[in-house]
Design a binder for this molecule. Structure first.
Ligand code: ADP
Length: 361
């Protein structure tokens, strides 16, 4: 069983704690993504798992083999960890053909000729590059080079696959296709995988679970749907997908719902994970796609706002409207753009999450 267990990991550079005491487990065959803004400690974590960097504290083990343990001084060098690593720069050997690129790591491991040939054919088949076996890297596109880099890693059957922004050099269209393909490949091979990205769409599309990082810590670890629907703080609600933040003051609570005064006699009922006393300053996050347009005849219900359209943006499959109600400004997603600048919108009572303001700072 190749389960990766990382506990109490700390890595400081001068006075910056790049990784500040993180714990996570990647189950056998699982695809886990470390997601967060630039500088949050993702690559430092990955380098620690790969053995390219020595952490200050903590413990790392794979399938029961201890790679690193600060307490007992264990540190297994990277070449003895049998980990597959793919970075954004593919670093194929330019003077070797695709086949020779794949063969090299196998020769290093003293694998016999017949077995080498078999594994190379398997790996090229997996990444759909069989017919390019005799080409040199310069005669391949970026996406094809990336596939070869992956094949070169898979060929020696690593117990763990580490991918650091491997798709970021590809253009948007190719990147989306590579995503689907990579996900398919990973589940086919069944290798335990840690993926690093700052791209939330990529993380949502690829992962079994996502560890959201901020300031060297893991702030939420859950499956993509939970991270998107139930972000545990305002940072995550803002970072994953797109959110409106409506600022206001709690008027009262009723069960799991709070009534929020948004100013200028606008009120909103929204779910709150915790009870809040009247007077608490809050931010309510609402996704643009959760807000619906309503006809004037439905304009008197709860959570319906008269808004003015400030801007319309056409995005192909849908439009976004930048609207204003009182002091609050927010974005609304809609299929068809309404006529006129004065419309009504509805925020369902189960939409949005209420975060106390002090908790986000
Ligand atoms: P991410 O991969 O999330 O962008 P990193 O792990 O690369 O973040 O970096 C986390 C923090 O550690 C950043 O503040 C970065 O500047 C710092 N850092 C990373 N590597 C070094 C290093 N070798 N020397 C000094 N500071 C570093």
């Amino acid at each position: 069983m190749a389960e990766l267990v990382v506990s109490g990991l700390v890595r400081a550079f001068d006075d910056v704690r790049a990784v500040d005491g993180i714990d996570f487990t990647v189950r056998d065959g699982e695809f886990l993504t470390l997601l967060g803004p630039s500088g949050c400690g993702k690559s430092t974590t990955l380098a620690a798992v790969a053995g390219l960097d020595r952490p200050d504290e903590g413990r790392i083990s794979l399938g029961g083999t201890v790679f690193f343990d600060a307490a007992s001084g264990v540190f297994v060098p990277p070449e003895r960890r049998e980990i597959g690593l793919v970075f954004q720069s593919y670093a194929l050997w330019p003077h070797l053909t695709v086949r020779q690129n794949l063969e090299f790591p196998l020769k290093l491991r003293r694998i016999g000729r017949a077995e080498r040939a078999r594994r190379i054919e398997d790996a090229l088949g997996l990444v759909e590059m069989t017919r390019y076996a005799d080409r040199y890297p310069h005669a391949l596109s970026g996406g094809q080079q990336q596939r070869v880099a992956l094949a070169r890693t898979l060929v020696y059957r690593p117990g763990l696959l580490l991918l650091d922004e491997p798709l970021s050099n590809l253009d948007a269209k190719l990147r989306e296709r590579a995503r689907t393909w990579l996900r398919h490949l990973q589940s086919q091979v069944g290798v335990t995988t840690v993926y690093v990205t700052h791209d939330q769409a990529e993380a949502l599309a690829l992962s079994d679970r996502i560890a959201v990082m901020n300031g060297g810590k893991i702030v939420q670890l859950a499956d993509p749907r939970t991270i998107y629907d139930h972000p545990s703080d305002a940072f995550i609600a803002d970072f994953i997908g797109s959110s409106n933040f409506l600022c206001g003051t709690v008027l009262g609570s009723d069960g799991g719902t709070v009534r929020v005064d948004l100013g200028e006699r606008l009120e909103l009922n929204a779910p709150s994970p915790r009870p809040l006393t009247p007077g608490t300053r809050v931010r309510v996050s609402v996704r643009p796609e959760q807000i619906g347009l309503v006809t004037p005849s439905d304009a008197n219900g709860a959570n319906v706002f008269a808004v003015e359209i400030l801007e319309r943006t056409f995005l192909g499959a849908h439009n976004t409207l930048e609207v204003q109600a009182g002091e609050s400004r927010f974005r609304v997603e809609c299929r068809a753009v309404p006529e006129g600048n004065h419309i009504h919108v509805h925020i369902p009572e189960n939409a949005g999450i209420v975060f106390p303001q002090a908790a986000d700072n």
